[in-house]
Design a protein around this ligand. Sequence first.
Ligand code: PMP
Length: 368
Amino acid sequence: MSSISASSLAGALLRQEVLDLHAYHVPDSSGYIKLDAMENPYLVPPALRAEIAEAVADAAINRYPDPVASSLKKQIRAATALPQGMELLLGNGSDELIQLLALALNKPGATLLSVEPSFVMYRMIAIFTGMRYVGVPLKSDPGSEDFSLDLSAMLAAIHREQPALVFLAYPNNPTGNLFPAEDVARIISASPGLVVLDEAYYAFAGDSFIRHLASYPNLLVMRTFSKLGMAGLRLGFLAGSAAWLMELEKLRLPYNVGVLTQAVAAKLLEHHEVLLHQAEQIRQDREKLFQQLRGIAGVRVYPSEANFLLFRVANAAGVFNGLKQRGVLIKNLHGSHPALQDCLRVTVGTPDENEQFIQALQGSMHNI
Ligand code: PMP
């Protein structure tokens, strides 16, 4: 055994799907104006931070967390206006819940279907849990409205592939658009399997399917608190009928939401209005940023109902590097999907960060 190197041993023992994957890449952002990861740019006011400090100081970190997080769930239920009869399942971020769903529905040959381009973890998790993955392209031909849902292609793919699990990000990442609710309803009705609406960006959007949960036996809504100022806490949830969540609960690892996450999220949700106010500010600043981007020659910006904007330039790599040289980090999507050629994505920051981004962008566009 000792004559074999660790890398050849790993190569021989690991599943091929794992060897073929690339790890989710997170670039080093230290020192940059960080507009790459759809985070909320604001901390909460000092008085609330002091309350949080007290809650953290009192937290029983010598004990395992409340395994069912009953008090936090009660607060989430109230904050989301969860309809009567619907239940919650909490995750260590919503990424964990995507994985849990894939593990639960992963019968031999089962398919996970989504649209493309969309959140990359749907595909990654399908692959590493051994599910078949099918991506249905969004409309991206020059003649059609970019990144809109191709409803007939979706319905045909659902009919053909009979997916066990469908993920739709509502609004979509990285395109920012909110698919028409009637089309989403048609997709849910036409799906033989479970449909999960991923409402990660609900706080910045004009619609949600939470209130329709009782209308569809095959619908779950997933949300995260990451975009609402709690990315560092890692907290997401699935909402839906007890029949689904009781079964999925069996796959949840016993203490997946830690003591500190429960304590801090509870404090923040006591002051939910502070977070909603920040989200409203971000929505307003998104509109301003949209208009500013629209006014720059050589930039095509796409409408967004999320806390980021997707835009296309002539040379994404050049503009991305120019921005970095000027101290601003955004996301270069070029190369991640053919429809995203020369596309960049910027998170809406504080008004000051947005202004610095616009100036850096103008500088970068002139110099390439
Ligand atoms: N869904 C979508 C559509 C996302 O964009 C993200 C984060 N970028 C997530 C889920 C995951 O969020 P988290 O794991 O932080 O809850």
